[in-house]
Design a binder for this molecule. Structure first.
Ligand code: S3P
Length: 435
C-alpha cells in the first residue's frame, strides 16, 4: 500500500483535459463486445475499472486492441458470447459485475463472476431478483449477512422473457442490468425508476442501434435486438473533475478550465451543487456525441461566497459519487453541509459515510454521522493528518483535496487506489495546486 503526502496550496490555477468518463467507458466496452463489427473508442477511461469490463469482453470472445493514444478497438462477438474458460474477474468494479450479469444472462453458458475483497462484499441480490424473474438461474454467495447475497456469482444463462420491473433503489447499474437483458429477451421489457438515474445506458444502446422508449420515468426496450459497432469519443469524466471543482472552491482567486467534459444532464447536478456552494461556472462550446453532451467549463469563485448546502432526496442519488469530496471540503464552508438520503454510500467500494466521518475527525473536524448521511458544521480549520482511504479511490482523492487548505501536510494511505478511476489524479493535482 502506498502513501502520498499532500501539502497545502495557496490557490488552484490551470487547465486540463480529463480522461474519458468511467460510466460511459464501461457501457461502450460492454456493448461493443456484444455488437457486430469493430468499435473504435477514443479517450477511453484510463481507470482500472473500465479495463476490467474490457478484459471480461475478451474472455467472452471479443478482441480488444489498446492503442498508445488511449484509443481502444473492440471487435465484438456479433451477439454470441462464448463459454468463458475461466471466471470473469470484475476487479473492484461494481458497474462491471452488475451490468455484465444482465448482458450475459441471455446466453446459454455458465458464467462465474468474481471480484476483489471490496467487490465481494457488495450486494448483488438487487440484480439477481429481476434477472431470475426473467428466467436466468443465478446463485450468489452468502445471503444471511447485512448485505445479502454477494459474489462470487454463478449465472446459468439461457433464453429470457421480458418483465415489467419497478426499481426499488435508485441505481443506474440495476437499471442497466435489466435493459441489457431486456435487449436480448423475448418480448418488451419495461422498467420504472423511482428516481431518474444517469442515462448513459439508454444513450449508448441507441448509439449502437437499439430501439428503446422513455415516457417519464418509465423505460421500455423490445427484445431480440442486434447491435452494430460504432466510432465514439468518450467525454471527460465529470466525477473526476469534481475533485478539482471542489478544490477550486477552497480559494478566492482560483481559476480552472476543464476541456471536453461530459455534461450529460443526469450527471450535471454536481454543477448545481458547486454553484450553490459559491462557485461561478461558465460553460462554453457544448456539443453532442451519441446523445452525450460535451463542453468546456471554467470555474471561479464568488467573493465571500463559500456557503453551505443541504443534499437530500433525489439530489443525493444524482451526486452519489461526488458526496465524499463535497463532504471533505464541508468544514471550510461558511454554513456547513448536511447530507441525507445517501444510505447507498455505506455499500460502495467502502462504507463511505463511516470513512468520511473517521478521516474528517482525524483532521480535527466536528461532525455528526447519521445512518443515511452526515451533518458537518462550517467554519472549521482542518489539520494535516494520516488518512485511511480504506483502499477506496474516491476517499483517497477526496481527502487529498481537503488537505489543500489544511494546516500541515496530510498523508494519504492507500493512495494507489486512485488508479481505479483516475490514475493521473496526483500528477494533475500537482499541476493545478500552486504552492
Ligand atoms: C454507476 C452508478 C452508480 C455509481 C457508480 C457508477 C454507473 O452506482 O455510484 O459509481 O456507472 O451506472 P449505483 O447504480 O449502485 O447507484
Amino acid at each position: 500500500m502506498s502513501t502520498q503526502t499532500v501539502r497545502p496550496a495557496r490557490t488552484l490555477q490551470g487547465s486540463l483535459t480529463l480522461p474519458g468518463d468511467k460510466s460511459i467507458s464501461h457501457r461502450y466496452a460492454l456493448l461493443a463486445g456484444l455488437a457486430e463489427g469493430t468499435t473504435r473508442l477514443s479517450n477511453f477511461s484510463t481507470g482500472a475499472d473500465p479495463h476490467s469490463s474490457l478484459a471480461c469482453m475478451e474472455a467472452l470472445g471479443a478482441t480488444v486492441v489498446k492503442k498508445e493514444d488511449k484509443t481502444i478497438e473492440v471487435t465484438g462477438t456479433a451477439g454470441a458470447f462464448r463459454q468463458p474458460e475461466h471466471s470473469l474477474d470484475c476487479g473492484n468494479s461494481g458497474s462491471t459485475m452488475r451490468m455484465l450479469a444482465g448482458l450475459v444472462a441471455p446466453h446459454p453458458h455458465t458464467f462465474t463472476l468474481i471480484g476483489d475483497e471490496s467487490l465481494t462484499l457488495r450486494p448483488m441480490e438487487r440484480i439477481r431478483k429481476p434477472l431470475s424473474q426473467m428466467g436466468a438461474e443465478i446463485h450468489l454467495t452468502g445471503g444471511d449477512g447485512a448485505v445479502g447475497g454477494h459474489a462470487p456469482m454463478t449465472i446459468i444463462g439461457g433464453p429470457l422473457t421480458a418483465i415489467d420491473f419497478d426499481t426499488p433503489i435508485p441505481s443506474a447499474q440495476v437499471k442497466t442490468a435489466v435493459l441489457f437483458a431486456g435487449l436480448q429477451a423475448e418480448g418488451t421489457t419495461s422498467l420504472n425508476e423511482s428516481v431518474r438515474t444517469r442515462d448513459h445506458s439508454e444513450q449508448a444502446l441507441q448509439a449502437f442501434g437499439a430501439t428503446l422508449r422513455r415516457e417519464g420515468n418509465k423505460l421500455s426496450i423490445p427484445g431480440g435486438q442486434k447491435l452494430k459497432a460504432i466510432g465514439a469519443t468518450v467525454p471527460g469524466d465529470l466525477s473526476s473533475a469534481a475533485f478539482f471543482l471542489c478544490a477550486a472552491l477552497l480559494f478566492p482567486d482560483s481559476n480552472l478550465i476543464l476541456d471536453s467534459i461530459g455534461m450529460n444532464p443526469t450527471r450535471a447536478a454536481l454543477l448545481d451543487v458547486v454553484t450553490g456552494l459559491g462557485g461561478k461556472i461558465k460553460v462554453l462550446n457544448v456539443e453532442e456525441h451519441h446523445g452525450e453532451l460535451i463542453g468546456t467549463i471554467q470555474v471561479n469563485t464568488v467573493p465571500g461566497g463559500f456557503k453551505g448546502i443541504e443534499i437530500a432526496g433525489a439530489l443525493s442519488a444524482q451526486v452519489i459519487d461526488e458526496i465524499p469530496v463535497i463532504a471533505a471540503i464541508a468544514p471550510y464552508t461558511r454554513d456547513g453541509i448536511r447530507i441525507r438520503d445517501a444510505r447507498e454510500l455505506r455499500i460502495k467500494e467502502s462504507d463511505r459515510i463511516a470513512l468520511v466521518a473517521k478521516n474528517l475527525k482525524a483532521m480535527g473536524a466536528e461532525l455528526t454521522e447519521q445512518e443515511d448521511g452526515l451533518t458537518i458544521p462550517g467554519n472549521q480549520q482542518l489539520h494535516g493528518a494520516q488518512i485511511d482511504s480504506g483502499s477506496d479511490h474516491r476517499i483517497a482523492m477526496a481527502f487529498s483535496i481537503a488537505a489543500l487548505r489544511a494546516i500541515g501536510d496530510t498523508e494519504i494511505q492507500g493512495a494507489e487506489s486512485a488508479a481505479i478511476s483516475f490514475p493521473e489524479f496526483f500528477t494533475f493535482l500537482d499541476l493545478l495546486a500552486q504552492r
